[in-house]
Write a new protein. Structure first.
Length: 249
């Protein structure tokens, strides 16, 4: 979610989290993002920032000193840090480092669909001693074949390979919005990075965009496999596209 002047907004996906947006925008054109993040951003951007309205990658340096007071801060959640230039990434890390000295109990999330480019954050995390930073991968499915109809981001297997190879200990996988998958291969992909936990959730705007979703039964089976392997799973509004059920796993 997004509000004017870079005010912190509560995340729909992550509990106890607020989004902080000194960098905004993305070029991956994910169809589910158009009806959620981008639609919300257009409402504010129309009269305030043309780049926000267009969801073009751009800086908002005036927000660097406006880190929210939440326990978890989702850094640059209204965009993808893969598109942020290196100089401004360092400015973001400097701001986080200064804030962290005052609030060392916090956790900072950095998420991307392209960890080939986004891995530029890792040296800064190490340089500034941000051990309470967590990097996150968006991984909606293991299937590459049909993914081009959803997004022009790197295909899931290539994206995951890059994330797996990032030399950083604290990792989380976000499976949201979940797309139909192959159970055993997808389970192996997720578990092999040894994530601290996994977020799983369905498309939050089913009336606005239709996605190839798995059955609820299949998703619950994946969750049970992950939990049986010792991985904590956190869920968002699990539902069945057919029955409308919304159980808590």
């Amino acid at each position: 979610m997004y509000k004017s002047e870079g005010k912190a907004t509560t995340s729909n996906m992550y509990a106890d989290t607020k989004t902080w947006n000194p960098f905004v925008g993305c070029r991956f054109q994910c169809i589910y993002c158009r009806v959620s993040f981008q639609r919300q951003l257009k409402r504010w951007g129309k009269g305030n920032c043309r780049d926000c309205y267009d969801y073009a990658p751009h800086r908002h340096p005036e927000r660097l000193n406006r880190i929210p007071s939440s326990r978890i801060v989702f850094c640059c959640g209204d965009g993808d840090i893969a598109f942020c230039d290196t100089d401004f990434l360092e400015a973001i890390m400097q701001a986080v480092s200064m804030h962290n000295r005052r609030s060392p109990y916090k956790t900072y999330y950095f998420q991307s669909k392209d960890w080939v480019s986004a891995s530029r954050v890792i040296p800064f995390l190490e340089e500034y001693g941000l051990e309470n930073a967590v990097i996150l991968e968006t991984l909606e499915t293991n299937r590459d074949e049909s993914y081009g109809s959803v997004s022009i981001a790197p295909r899931p297997t290539l994206r995951h390979k890059a994330f797996r190879e990032v030399a950083y200990e604290r990792k989380v996988v976000t499976v949201e919005p979940i797309l139909d998958f192959d159970l055993d291969p997808f389970f192996r992909m997720i578990s092999e990075v040894e994530p601290e936990y996994v977020w799983i959730g369905y498309n939050s705007k089913p009336n606005l965009v239709r996605l190839p979703e798995p059955s609820l039964e299949k998703t619950i089976t994946l969750i049970r496999l992950l939990e049986a392997s010792g991985i904590q799973v956190k869920t968002k509004d699990l539902r069945s596209a057919l029955s409308g059920e919304r159980p808590v796993a």
